[in-house]
Design a protein around this ligand. Structure first.
Ligand code: SF4
Ligand code: SF4
Length: 97
């Protein structure tokens, strides 16, 4: 029985530590939008809990803008909502050049 507890414990610790590493990896990432692919549907805007994304209307159509880049956690939640492959995570430093 102790063996079972040990296996459960090891799996839990591996999952927990893995989660920390995954978060750390994403900390240096920031969202980037490809204007050519984005149709301005706004699905990603609603999904982002950190209010990073916003839609701007230029008189003709909606454009996605990254309004609060500093608040982006690199979680990637918005990417899953985009049906047009318009979003990707990039290294923070490269994006700021
Ligand atoms: S990666 Fe996460 S925090 Fe950044 S814009 Fe997308 S949903 Fe928001
Ligand atoms: S979900 Fe995709 S297409 Fe829609 S606004 Fe966001 S980036 Fe643009």
């Amino acid at each position: 029985m102790n063996g079972v507890y040990m296996v459960v414990g090891v799996v839990f610790v591996a999952w927990f530590v893995g989660g920390i590493i995954r978060r750390k990896q994403h900390k240096n990432k920031i969202i980037q939008v490809s204007d050519n692919d984005c149709i301005g549907c706004g699905r990603c805007v609603k999904r982002c809990n950190h209010h990073v994304l916003a839609l701007m209307h230029d008189g003709k159509c909606n454009h996605l803008v990254i309004r609060n880049p500093d608040k982006c956690t690199g979680c990637g939640d918005c990417i899953g909502k985009c049906k047009f492959n318009a979003l990707k995570l990039v290294e923070k430093n490269k994006n700021h050049h």
